[in-house]
Design a protein around this ligand. Structure first.
Ligand code: FES
Length: 60
């Protein structure tokens, strides 16, 4: 997959890592992601993108 942008620049976490984390930990909210893999728990500017990934993984 060529298209794997960094989503959370604070933690340097790219899209595939975050999607994997959401699946592995069964995250339902941005807070869940923060608790599980820390993405989104620093500055918060990636929250819109995290929500999109949550919607995608959890089928919205
Ligand atoms: S970019 Fe994700 S917490 Fe700052």
């Amino acid at each position: 997959m060529a298209d794997d942008p960094v989503i959370c620049t604070c933690l340097d976490m790219c899209r595939s890592e975050i999607v994997e984390g959401i699946k592995t930990h069964g995250c339902k909210t941005i807070e869940d992601i923060g608790d599980a893999i820390e993405a989104g728990a620093v500055c918060g500017s990636c929250h819109d993108d995290l929500q999109e990934l949550l919607d995608e993984v959890n089928g919205k």
